[in-house]
Design a protein around this ligand. Structure first.
Ligand code: PLP
Length: 347
């Protein structure tokens, strides 16, 4: 087994033995997962979630639903994908009857089992459920604690594959190597990109070995698996295991505590959420109405930039904190000071 595939076999949360396909980007890793799920199950329907982002090529774009601009002009979606509201615990999209005692998580699971499966989407025709353990572009929204286990149960009951897109949340970002480790769940297929190459273009799809039994020619890429990117990924994993995942957890907790202090001070911070160095700060008009404040978010983003701190929006009214994993507590102190000042001048 090639060195990087062997290393990934040890660290991904998919049950070993695994097989790996090397590509050049996140969207290609997702395309691989989609093709593989269709090939392995003989089915062609997919379930994905509103506000998700999985890429911009035609297959992954069929899943992506975080902004209409990403779809506009590209006609009907290429794949047969049905979308379910993501169980956002801060803005629970489900009604009480759907949720019972189980909150947003139960609402989403019931939506799949009671609505989709009984009306438009027979489970025996579904190849895979594709999910981000922490929604990235959609607003840095972590899945509720028991949600991925619920999806695992549904998948197991119906021979559906569970694909977790870790393109943004993987490689130490959340304080564990992969975000789905926070949820103690084993997907059948994991998609990885972004952080694994430390800036070089590499995307990876890792699956249970028994699923990836397609014949030579079924799927390939000219540049996928090139030696420069593979070397970058191996070195990156060495650094992550050598301390950066731990740093992400420790400095991330320090940053989160600082953001929570700011939340107490500023009524316009509705929610501080996330794990490790994948944290979201959601801006609202006030904490009683919880009305989204996208323009305030944009003003804060600009005020940070003017003061030397680059932060980026995610979703309509959230600022994402997704700094390099080498961040120190001293860096955090400076960043929080700038962030507080940016809020103060923007409200
Ligand atoms: C969760 C997720 N999946 C897939 C992608 C697509 O990755 P790429 O831009 O490398 O194609 C992204 C990019 O932001 C992402 O956040």
């Amino acid at each position: 087994m090639p060195q990087l595939a062997e290393k990934l076999d040890q660290i991904v949360p998919v049950s070993s033995p695994t097989r790996t396909h090397f590509a050049n980007s996140g969207t290609e890793a997702v395309e691989t997962a989609l093709k593989l799920a269709m090939h392995a199950t003989g089915r062609e329907k997919f379930i994905a979630f509103f506000n998700s982002f999985h890429g911009r090529t035609l297959g992954s774009l069929s899943l992506t639903s975080s902004r209409a601009a990403q779809r506009l002009g590209f006609k009907r979606q290429a794949l047969d994908v049905v979308h379910v509201p993501y169980p956002n615990e801060f803005r629970n999209p489900f009604n009480q009857a759907d949720c019972g005692d189980g909150g947003a998580s139960q609402g989403a699971l019931n939506w799949i089992e009671e609505r989709l499966f009984k009306t438009t989407t027979p489970p025996e025709e579904v190849a895979a459920i594709v999910v981000e353990a922490v929604q990235g572009e959609g607003g840095y929204v972590p899945a509720p604690k028991d949600f991925l286990k619920g999806l695992r149960r549904i998948c197991d009951a119906h021979g559906i594959l569970l694909v977790v897109d870790e393109v943004q949340s993987g490689m130490g970002r959340t304080g564990k190597m992969f975000a789905c480790e926070h949820y103690d769940v084993q997907p059948d297929i994991v998609c990885i990109a972004k952080g694994i190459g430390s800036g070089l273009p590499i995307g990876v799809c890792v699956s249970r070995a028994d699923l990836m039994d397609w014949k030579p020619g079924a799927h390939a890429s000219t540049f996928g698996g090139n030696p420069v990117c593979i070397a970058a990924a191996l070195k990156t994993i060495e650094l992550l295991e050598g301390g950066l995942v731990r740093n992400s957890a420790e400095v991330g907790a320090y940053l989160k505590a600082g953001l929570e202090r700011l939340q107490k001070k500023y009524d316009c911070i509705g929610d501080v959420r996330g794990m490790g160095l994948m944290l979201g700060v959601e801006f609202v008009e006030d904490r009683v109405s919880l009305k989204a404040a996208p323009e305030l978010r944009d003003r804060v983003e600009t005020a940070c930039f003017e003061r030397g701190l680059i932060v980026l929006g995610a979703g309509a009214n959230t600022i994402r904190w997704s700094p390099p994993l080498i961040l120190t507590k001293e860096n955090v102190d400076v960043a929080l000071e700038i962030f507080a000042e940016a809020i103060a001048v923007s409200v």
